[in-house]
Ligand binder design. Structure first.
Ligand code: F3S
Length: 756
């Protein structure tokens, strides 16, 4: 049994009292989201109401899930904590590193060779520290989580932006960076700004060509890619209850496309059926006992405007199938208007490839509905005009749909079944001809369709739709085909129509699998060795960062005064560097290479004050480090905005930068710096930024009395012998000052472990 029943019992056991305490504090009926958040407070029972969109709150998530790309640094860091096991149930899923090229078997074999060192590391580190490990080919993180770990009323974090997929089964599931995952596994609280709430009331019932996917395609059109930022979206109403659990998961998955923190549905008969269908009857029984806690209060849903910050209503009976795109998922077109839009915008009407599956849309229901169209194509003598691929979300789904004959049906219309992995959805698609960079159209049942996302070609116009719509259009080979109204000409020259798709929510014979691809961890991992090849360029064990020397920091050389925007991408560039994300020293060769040097308006070109020569930032910093000279980085407003990428904080720490002094920080990056034991400070008067000169040597004073709320002092020694001295602020609390002194937050946990 992969899931942790005791943990779920514990969550449900305390939920009633915690919701009561929350009700008293908030003093009004509660949404489902509030019930779950308030019952996962790090501090236990609520003693106050948190202001939505304002207050930062510490939470205690029940689980952590990580995909193979982000898990590497998270787990390398976790090893620094010195804990024998992870603090909460956690899993690793090998899905991102498999490239789709020929077909499932060959592509998987290639990935197993190319990524061997990464897989060996993830497998052995999981085995040692008590994490469940899902091997390459086992499936895509979100589908595997939905089938095995998601449970109503739970809270989890996952190192992937589509973690909210688990909201389809009533879980608050939030996408985070590897550093957050590491913290929770190491036993720290997880902080989140208490979200605002959007309520989506669903009335009516889906029918005909319309699928769950169309709900989120419609919502994306209403809210746009930014409309959900800072919000949790809670769906409710008779329409919600009528949809399958996997359909709900599709909607929650794509909530990421509107920027939502997460999305969620309440527990209902469909959730219960899915839990039982996926062999988790024990959880369904437990959930039934606390069902009232697993949905919002009735008063809330009767009068949503009074309890949500924003309310949207959608009538499923009137909802048209949608196609969204190109290049952005919020450009929403009802099918009746799409053909016209294609013509007006001069998008390539010829459809080259239709791709179904992925973490977003590869449920049994999705596959059977799409297969019903493929079967019609066979029966009605239609030849599919576009290429067509199928990416199953998990081995459980793949095995079951193969057993039930659906993969065969797809193959008969020329479909290629790809590995149970992200593949084209994350750009891991060696698409033949993509290098020609021609203008072309593809349609997918995935979630994202930004330029270059699928095949790296900026001229690929990618559209997103339900699997059934993708299949119909792939059969027609045209973007302007509307299966609701148009007919096609078959091999015999006859005009034929596609009937509405038919499918099954769950397999009549039940789900089946021969080898799900799961590796349970060792019960006692103390003797398990973590496998890291010393010669690896992709992985490197971390050494603890050194503790603070106990004195002020003096004689620091200015490494770079960054001008203007300096995001985490400027600090630690992505793209080709991502292959080194498990190797801190190698990835540090991208440190600040995107930042613009204030003194010459050029990126990656700074002065080495010792030699007087100009060179790349990483090489210059390495030279300082070799000479035992500490350095300081100066930056502008909102330094470190962008992603939560922990490398942006770890790289300067690793290469010996001591201080980051900026006009202001992006909050997550500031916290990441603190966790890594860096000193992140801000100009008390932003105009002091102008006083920093290229040949400055810098002192930071006041560290021996480092206290919350008390400014420090910076002294700039200019090369003409003059000096400037001014106050700088910091936001370190008592605990964060301890992190600084210990050299890193994880060092503290390790020291405590060692004392035991
Ligand atoms: Fe993400 Fe797509 Fe994989 S959304 S988890 S890349 S299947």
């Amino acid at each position: 049994m992969a899931f942790d029943l005791d943990m779920i019992r514990k969550v449900y056991g305390s939920m009633g009292a915690r919701i009561e305490a929350a009700r008293k504090s908030v003093n009004k009926p509660l949404t489902l989201t509030e019930k779950i958040l308030y019952s996962h407070l790090w501090a236990g029972d609520a003693t106050q109401a948190y202001e939505r969109g304002v207050t930062y709150v510490d939470f205690a998530p029940d689980r952590v899930a990580m995909q193979d790309a982000t898990a590497q640094m998270a787990l390398l860091q976790f090893m620094q904590a010195g804990r024998p096991k992870v603090a909460v149930p956690s899993t690793v899923h090998c899905d991102h590193l498999i490239q789709a090229k020929i077909g499932a078997d060959q592509d998987l074999a290639t990935a197993n060779t190319t990524n061997k060192e990464v897989y060996d590391f993830l497998s052995s580190v999981s085995n040692k520290y008590g994490l469940g490990f899902w091997k390459p080919g086992a499936g895509i993180i979100h589908q595997v989580v939905l089938e095995n770990y998601a449970f109503p009323g739970g809270m989890m974090i996952g190192t992937d932006s589509h973690t909210p997929n688990a909201g389809g089964l009533g879980m608050v599931a939030i996408g985070v960076g590897g550093a957050d995952a590491c913290d929770v596994m190491a036993g720290f609280a997880w902080e989140l700004k208490f979200p605002k709430l959007i309520g989506v009331k669903l009335t009516g019932k889906l029918s005909g060509w319309t699928a769950a996917k169309d709900v989120i395609l419609k919502v994306a059109g209403i809210l746009t890619v930014k409309g959900g930022t800072g919000y949790i979206v809670e769906y409710f109403g008779e329409g919600a209850r009528s949809m399958s659990a996997t359909g709900k998961a599709t909607i929650c998955n794509m909530g990421a496309e509107i920027g939502a923190t997460t999305s969620i549905f309440g527990y209902d008969e469909k959730s219960e059926a899915y839990l039982r269908g996926t062999k988790r009857a024990e959880i369904a029984d437990l959930a039934n006992e606390v069902a009232a806690h697993l949905t919002g209060d009735e008063e809330v849903y009767n009068n949503p405007e009074a309890y949500f910050d924003q309310v949207i209503e959608i009538n499923l009976s009137e909802l048209e199938p949608h196609i969204n795109g190109p290049f952005t998922p919020d450009l929403a077109w009802p099918i009746s208007k799409f053909a016209q839009a294609v013509k007006e915008h001069n998008w390539p009407a010829k459809l080259d490839v239709g791709l179904i599956g992925s973490c977003t849309n590869s449920s049994y229901e999705d596959i059977t509905r799409a297969a019903s169209l493929a079967q019609q194509a066979i029966d009605k003598k239609l030849i599919a005009k576009s290429e067509y691929t199928v990416t199953p979300g998990s081995e459980l789904v793949r095995y079951t749909v193969e057993r039930d004959g659906y993969l065969d049906t797809f193959e008969k219309i020329g479909g290629v079944v790809l590995a149970n992995a992200c593949g084209p959805c994350i750009g891991q698609w060696a698409r033949h001809g993509a290098d020609l960079q021609e203008k072309n159209s593809i349609i997918t049942s995935f979630n994202r369709n930004f330029a270059k996302r699928a095949d790296g070609n900026p001229n690929t116009h990618a559209f997103v739709a339900s699997p059934e719509m993708v299949t119909a259009l792939a059969i027609a080979g045209s973007l302007t085909f509307n299966p609701l109204t148009d007919s096609l000409i078959n091999e015999d020259g006859q005009e034929v129509r596609l009937d509405e798709p038919q499918g099954l929510e769950m397999p009549t014979l039940g789900y089946a699998v021969e080898d799900a691809g799961y590796q349970a961890p060792a019960i006692d991992g103390s003797t398990v060795e973590v496998l890291v090849d010393q010669r690896s360029s992709r992985l490197q064990l971390l050494a603890p960062f050194p503790v603070w020397e106990g004195t002020d920091l003096t004689g620091l050389k200015l490494l770079i005064k960054a001008k203007g925007k300096c995001t985490t991408d400027h600090i630690s560039m992505a793209g080709p560097w991502l292959k080194f994300r498990g190797h801190l020293d190698n990835i540090s060769n991208n440190m600040l290479i995107g930042a613009i040097n204030y003194f010459n308006d050029t990126p990656d070109h700074v002065k080495n004050q010792v030699t007087g020569e100009y060179g790349p930032v990483p090489a210059t910093q390495r030279a300082y480090k070799a000479a035992g000279i500490g350095t300081i980085v100066v930056g502008d407003e909102n330094y470190g905005e962008g992603s939560s990428r922990e490398h942006a904080a770890m790289e300067p720490r690793h290469l010996g930068v001591r201080v980051i002094l900026v006009k202001s920080f992006a909050r997550i990056h500031e916290t990441n710096l603190k966790k890594q034991g860096m000193l992140g400070i801000t100009f008390a008067d932003p105009k002091d930024y102008d006083k920093v000169r290229e040949n400055d040597t810098v002192d930071v004073k006041g560290l021996t009395e480092f206290t919350p709320g008390k400014p420090l002092t910076v002294v700039l020694h200019h090369d003409d012998g003059t000096e400037d001295s001014f106050d700088v602020n910091h936001t370190y609390n008592e605990q964060q000052i301890e992190w600084f002194k210990a050299g890193a937050a994880l060092n503290i946990i390790r020291m405590k472990q060692e004392q035991h």
